[in-house]
Design a protein around this ligand. Structure first.
Ligand SMILES: C[S@@+](CC[C@H](N)C(=O)[O-])C[C@H]1O[C@@H](n2cnc3c(N)ncnc32)[C@H](O)[C@@H]1O
Length: 350
């Protein structure tokens, strides 16, 4: 299963065909902990999140071989899964065992257990739900400690005044943990509980309606615009859109595009095709099976903006415009986002 195919948020009860506490492991690797969790908690609906295809296939096969029906694995980053797949207050447990440390300073922003992800975890957890983290990297342990202790919706589940343990609190030893132990590296284990707060939970990011814009031109049709295409990234509405190449076919244009929303990345195509009434519709092609995020709306606006700029007498057919207001603003700008704005948004996306 892929995050690109699952409903946002995913109705896990329907998915497992039964009610049960949802237990999530992010970055399960070889899957020893995940499979053990599924064995120990037969009443739980266990969800594993991984970016490694090899791990996903191996663990799915191992679960099937063992007849473990209460575990599903999903291809997603932990950050994207937490933002899209789990409705606020619906998860019983989240486990993160030995996340990649990203040692280099310039890669530090990729660390999973940053305050932003911890806030998402806290939001997904039901009151009384728990988050369990472990690492053998001393500097990362300091960051995890700060992020967990700094999250107002979480409280340490260890003895009063204790925020981490040098020994495992539950479950089996993972592959990376056994390597750390063999090398004599001390490990830090954290267990926090979700407490009731008055803070509003972070909403799950859902899909938007399919974006499209209809255009008319008094002059040449859009295929003639292809020669003016320039591959230029655009940063707008917190998203990064990069039209890479344009393809001209008998049914119109296809613009190969990378779309990066703050929580998810997609490689899609924007299509420009003629309509029976003579208008040209700019929308999402089915290639890449896009999920209509805000970034996809911006991508459609960027392509429509380009056509409006280069086609003689081109204008938007107002009644046929289905765009998020933020993408509408991109379309209206015509001349593009200001450089200073682009830089600020770029920093946010990165
Ligand atoms: C250091 S390994 C730890 C594996 C396992 N948890 C263990 O303790 O042996 C980190 C794992 O997290 C996965 N991973 C890395 N970044 C991730 C992300 N952003 N979201 C989900 N999984 C991720 C990697 O593919 C890898 O399997």
């Amino acid at each position: 299963m892929s995050i690109h195919r699952l409903p946002w948020p995913t109705p896990w009860t329907e998915f497992f065909g039964r009610d049960g506490p949802v237990c999530v492991e992010i970055g399960f690797g070889r899957g020893a902990f995940l499979l053990d969790l599924a064995r120990r908690r037969p009443e739980a609906n266990v969800v594993g999140i991984e970016i490694s295809n090899r791990s996903l296939v191996a663990v799915e096969r191992a679960a099937a071989r063992e007849g473990l029906h209460n575990v599903r694995v999903v291809h997603a980053t932990g950050q994207a899964a937490l933002a899209h797949l789990f409705a606020p207050g619906t998860v019983g447990e989240v486990h993160v065992n030995f996340p990649d440390p990203w040692f280099k300073t310039r890669h530090a922003h990729r660390r999973l257990l940053a305050p932003k992800t911890v806030a998402r975890i806290a939001s997904c957890l039901e009151v009384g739900g728990t988050v369990h983290c472990a690492t053998d990297v001393a500097a990362y342990a300091v960051e995890i400690d700060r992020a967990l202790a700094g999250e107002p919706a979480l409280a340490s589940a260890l003895a009063a005044g204790v925020r981490s343990s040098p020994t495992r609190l539950d479950g089996v030893v993972t592959k990376y943990e056994s390597l750390a132990i063999a090398a004599g590296r001390p490990c830090a284990y954290f267990k926090y509980v979700r407490i009731a707060t008055t803070a509003a939970p972070t909403p799950v990011l859902t899909e938007r309606p399919m974006p499209h814009v209809a255009l008319r031109s008094t002059g040449a049709d859009p295929s003639t615009a292809a020669t003016t295409f320039a591959s230029r990234p655009v940063h707008a509405a917190g998203c990064h859109v990069h039209p890479l190449a344009v393809y001209v076919g008998p049914a119109g244009l296809l613009i190969d595009t990378v779309v990066v929303d703050p929580t998810i990345e997609q490689h899609i195509a924007v299509a420009v095709h003629p309509r029976a009434d003579g208008a040209w519709v700019v929308g999402l092609a089915t290639i890449g099976q896009p999920r209509p995020t805000l970034g996809c709306h911006v991508a459609v606006a960027v392509v429509a903006r380009w056509l409006l700029a280069v086609l003689p007498g081109a204008e938007v057919v107002a009644e046929a415009l289905s765009l998020d207001p933020a993408a509408r603003a991109v379309l209206a700008e015509g001349s593009g986002v200001r450089d200073s704005e682009a830089v600020a948004m770029d920093a946010e996306v990165a």
